[in-house]
Design a protein. Structure first.
Length: 410
């Protein structure tokens, strides 16, 4: 397509948008991306229509770190062109990385009635809406939409992912394992999210207290994919998340932290606090103290000096969360709790899903349980209740409560 029409705007907006929405890079650290976007703006002005110009500008805004402005522009496109799949999907992704569950739900909900049902890729809208509904804790409606999407196209790995979310948040672990493993040949070819879907399958086992199977999933699927030549920071986050969660459960993961690829190429990205927190724990657990120190130093500088959306999130939430995770990893439980407690209700702003952000809730609870300060460990019951309200029927929650009673008997 590029060879046939080198000045075409939408194909390049699509390609550059995918690169930016992968959250592995941005214009601040990637000169090639910046140059490509500058040329795209020029060509959009010279050759594009109004819609193409808006797409080009929205992708530029996103890659510059102006996330909300980009989402608003994609929504502006959808007012006039509600069947524009690129605007629908890019807005959906933007809301995800901003932690905006209602935006993720309502954006798709608004355009779905304006589709006839015969358009190409129509079925994917139901899977996208399902995920938005799930993140708003509307699990019954979400699962119905996910099933509808999968009945229309069983290879819709995003709908599979949305249904897996419904199951893990409701504690339906055996059902979740059966669902994921009976459909693996359908969702595994979707390489962009395959690592994440394997991560989801592992969560069900961790909830059940079966730790050997997640280690096997890590070895055979997650780590292998995280080491692909075209590295995805999201795959690295899934890998780090798995190992940290297993260690929270008291599992010895051996040398697996060292099996992760070199992460240093992402140390100065700072596209989302979610990514940075996961990179930081990976550096620490690998013993890469210099790399972790560099990541932290540049994160603090970014939070202080950058004028983009994520810098504000870092100032309000991300730096404290990052510091808390690091302190926990060093066994400084009182200090970890002190950092994380004040920001816990704002953690959604770092992006990701409820299930993904549970790593921080679990870590904070563990820190309070292990604390020697009565003011800290007395917070544990409140934290357990907060987590149980979101994670229904959680075996991890039961184990955490039992651990608290063991350490702090009445």
């Amino acid at each position: 397509m590029k060879a046939a029409d080198p000045k075409a705007v939408l194909p390049r907006a699509f390609r550059l948008g995918l690169e930016g929405l992968g959250t592995s890079t941005c214009t601040r650290v990637n000169e090639t991306l910046r140059t490509g976007l500058e040329q795209l703006q020029k060509d959009a002005k010279d050759y594009g229509n109004t819609r193409e110009q808006k797409h080009a500008e929205a992708v530029l805004l996103w890659c510059e770190g102006k996330m909300r402005a980009a989402a608003n522009l994609w929504e502006e496109i959808l007012v006039e062109y509600p069947t524009d799949l690129m605007a629908i999907k890019f807005a959906h992704e933007a809301y995800f990385f901003m932690g905006d569950a209602k935006g993720k739900r309502d954006s798709v909900q608004a355009v779905l009635p304006k589709h006839k049902g015969t358009e190409p890729c129509y079925s994917y809208l139901h899977g996208m809406w399902a995920f938005g509904l799930e993140e708003c804790e509307q699990y019954d409606e979400a699962e119905k939409e996910a099933v509808k999407a999968l009945n229309l196209n069983r290879f819709d790995c995003w709908a599979t992912h949305a249904r897996a979310h419904c199951m893990v948040m409701q504690g339906r672990n055996d059902e979740g394992i059966n669902f994921m493993e009976s459909t693996v040949d359908d969702w595994r070819p979707g390489w962009v999210i395959a690592t994440h879907n394997y991560w989801h399958n592992a969560l069900f086992y961790i909830e059940k207290g079966d730790y050997e199977t997640p280690l096997t999933i890590f070895d055979n699927e997650v780590c292998r994919r995280a080491n692909r030549p075209k590295q995805s920071v999201l795959d690295l986050a899934d890998a780090a998340s798995m190992l940290w969660r297993l260690e929270l459960e008291g599992v010895d993961v051996g040398k697996r932290w060292h099996d992760l690829p070199n992460l240093s190429s992402h140390s100065e990205d700072h596209v989302t606090c979610f990514n940075d927190a996961h990179l930081g724990i990976a550096f620490q657990r690998r013993g890469d103290t210099d790399e972790e120190a560099h990541l932290y130093e540049t994160l603090v500088d970014f939070a202080k000096n950058a004028d983009v959306d994520n810098a504000q999130v870092c100032r309000d939430v991300g730096v404290a969360l990052y510091e808390g995770m690091q302190l926990y990893g060093k066994g400084q439980y009182d200090e970890a709790a002190e950092k994380m407690l004040p920001v816990r209700h704002e953690v959604y702003r770092i992006g990701g899903s409820n299930a993904q952000r549970d790593i921080f809730a679990q870590t904070l609870i563990q820190a309070c349980i292990m604390s020697k300060d009565p003011e800290r460990f007395n917070q544990t019951n409140t934290l357990l209740d907060e987590r149980s309200a979101l994670n229904k029927n959680s075996s991890i929650g039961e184990r955490l409560a039992a651990k608290f009673r063991k350490y702090h008997p009445l």
